[in-house]
Design a protein around this ligand. Structure first.
Ligand code: SF4
Length: 200
């Protein structure tokens, strides 16, 4: 990939990367009309998610609050919420990531209605809805790989009404994924992305 194949952002909010790159091919992706992350059916929660150790510690320190909002089918033992083995991963601020455990119903934090109990518990307790939710869950389908912003395109999912690109569609990635770009890049980074991508 040559330098002109991606946009280089310097005003992003991810302190563990000097520059963040966004491929032009991502900006050029299209989505079908009516596509919205609001149509999420939690297909992406089937395999759980990797979290930073800081996120894991925050979740475990709120275990009692989370347990209060879990449903009967969900794993109630906080010692079984995470895999127990970290992997080296420079995409996390701590340089390490660890997976949430999964059950037959998906991620241990997944409720029957497809909502995340981490978000549901925080909201019900009057906290910010993302206080406990892992970075990569909020960012989805945007993801980061070695400082490159990418679009998760799950091969087993066909979710064109929600997050799978459809290159015959009329909506741009920036239109459909504005909230996710802004969350990942910060307000200044998102403005920089819009400015750079509007130049040919
Ligand atoms: S933590 Fe919540 S949003 Fe993330 S994969 Fe698990 S259930 Fe889904």
């Amino acid at each position: 990939m040559s330098r002109s194949d991606f946009l280089v952002l310097r005003n992003h909010g991810m302190f563990h990367f000097k520059d963040v790159k966004v491929p032009r091919s991502l900006i050029d992706r299209k989505f079908q009309s009516g596509c919205s992350i609001q149509n999420c059916d939690a297909t992406c929660c089937a395999q759980g998610v990797l979290v930073d150790p800081v996120e894991k510690a925050r979740i475990l320190s709120h275990a009692l609050l989370i347990l209060k909002h879990m449903e009967p089918h969900q794993e109630k033992n906080p010692a079984k919420w995470f895999e127990g083995e970290e992997e080296i991963d420079s995409d996390f601020p701590s340089g390490r990531g660890e997976g949430t455990q999964t059950r037959e119903y998906g991620c241990v934090f997944l409720k029957r209605n497809g909502h995340c109990v981490l978000q549901a518990a925080a909201t019900a307790e009057g906290k910010h809805r993302f206080m406990l939710k892992p970075f990569f869950c909020i960012a989805y389908p945007i993801t980061i790989h070695q400082g490159m912003v990418e679009l998760e395109d799950l091969e087993y999912a066909d979710r064109k009404s929600c997050c799978n690109a459809d290159d015959t569609g009329a909506l741009s990635a920036i239109e459909v994924l504005a909230a996710e770009f802004e969350f990942v890049l910060g307000a200044e980074g998102f403005e920089e992305l819009k400015r750079l991508s509007s130049k040919s």
